[in-house]
Design a protein around this ligand. Structure first.
Ligand code: SF4
Length: 209
């Protein structure tokens, strides 16, 4: 059960999202699980703008895991080189394509694939299928830590529980996209608190202003 403050943050964030979500090709409606996975896989440790520059070419050349399986590693590298970590990423994609006919639609199975992990698995299933899973990276941890102060737990498993509780079951996709964009544009490492809907009740703001 969410607290009053948690419910307030959630509804303000959803309201904020109506005007502020960023447009990216992988966020277009009806993207398949595979297409969303490709984006989330590349977005790890890579700016969205870099991923956007290779995403359409990659999907055109490799529209499925089968296409990756049939390609050589060099053919993958040729396209993903601008993203960095291209050898590691190409090897992982080749391994995944060799192991799977299609991507698993269970978070535990998806996260077990090479170089995937819980964040990419949850983001993929939430953004492709609307699964109410928490999408918890360092930026989201920063937001929750600031807004909720001591209520934000220390242990990763408690943080996961806390974050899961906040995800609205009926609009998980919008909520999680909004968290990512709020962290990128307002609650940045150097936060823009004057422009923030949460300043009235944000622990960080109230302790530092
Ligand atoms: S008030 Fe500042 S620190 Fe708090 S959530 Fe907003 S931007 Fe982040």
């Amino acid at each position: 059960m969410t607290t009053e403050k948690e419910a307030r943050f959630r509804s303000s964030l959803l309201e904020w999202s109506a005007q502020n979500l960023r447009d990216f090709a992988w966020r277009e409606p009806n993207r398949s699980l595979y297409e969303v996975f490709v984006a989330e896989f590349f977005l790890t440790q890579t700016p969205a703008e870099n991923v956007a520059s290779v995403y359409p070419t990659f999907l055109e050349r490799f529209p499925s895991l089968d296409a990756i399986d049939e390609a050589t590693r060099d053919e993958l590298v040729e396209i993903i080189e601008p993203l960095g970590f291209y050898n590691i990423r190409a090897d992982a994609l080749k391994t995944i394509a060799a192991e799977c006919d299609s991507l698993p639609d269970e978070a535990d199975e998806l996260s077990d694939l090479q170089r995937v992990g819980q964040y990419v698995a949850n983001a993929t299933l939430c953004f492709a299928d609307g699964e109410p899973l928490p999408v918890l990276d360092r930026n989201v941890e920063r937001i929750y830590g600031r807004v909720f102060g001591e209520e934000w737990p220390d242990s990763p498993s408690d943080q996961l529980q806390f974050a899961t509780r906040l995800v609205p079951k009926d609009d998980a996709r919008t909520y999680n996209l909004a968290l990512l964009d709020f962290g990128a544009s307002v609650c940045q490492p150097d936060p823009l608190c004057q422009r923030c809907f949460a300043s009235e009740y944000c622990e960080y703001y109230n302790q530092t202003s």
